[in-house]
Write a protein that binds this ligand. Sequence first.
Ligand code: IMP
Ligand code: MG
Length: 180
Amino acid sequence: MTGERPRVLITEQDIQRRVTELARRIDADFEKSDEILLLGVLRGAFIFLADLARQLETPNRVDFIALSSYENGSQFAGGVRLIMDSRINVSGRHVLIVEDILDSGRTLEYLLETFEARHPASLRSCALVRKPGQEVPVELDYLGFDIPDEWVVGYGLDFGDHFRTLPYIGVVEPDQPGAG
Ligand code: IMP
Ligand code: MG
């Protein structure tokens, strides 16, 4: 198993400070909105969403969606599929998609297309971290941190389902037991 602790990239304190900053910006931007629907992408965004939602002063509802990537070699290689839809109808609501990480951009591209088609009053996106080099251009309204192109874990992010509940964001070293 994964015995060693991942190397710290972003401390718990820095994450909390940044989440509070993001919440203040979101509150300011949604000042004229009655309510925000926070749409968290399972499973990686669950901790980020929980902290962000509790820092918001704007009234909000919380809902979750889950996605699955198609396997390489399938007809839809590189594609994304909704395996659990939202339970709240997004039509006419101010929707904020809350993602863990923006990498290729394909996931967020898919989500923005999918939910835009359902006629929300507005649609914005938020990600905790962003890696360099998106393959598709996507608009991100709120970002926690830009990070180097390394596999990160903790604060909801996993490596083979490990490390999700670490309080900080860390990097799994390639020679670490359980990696690679
Ligand atoms: P993309 O932007 O469509 O490439 O998808 C990014 C998704 O891949 C994220 O939502 C994560 O689930 C996963 N992912 C990408 N990089 C990492 C990482 O470094 N750690 C954990 N999950 C990652
Ligand atoms: Mg994800």
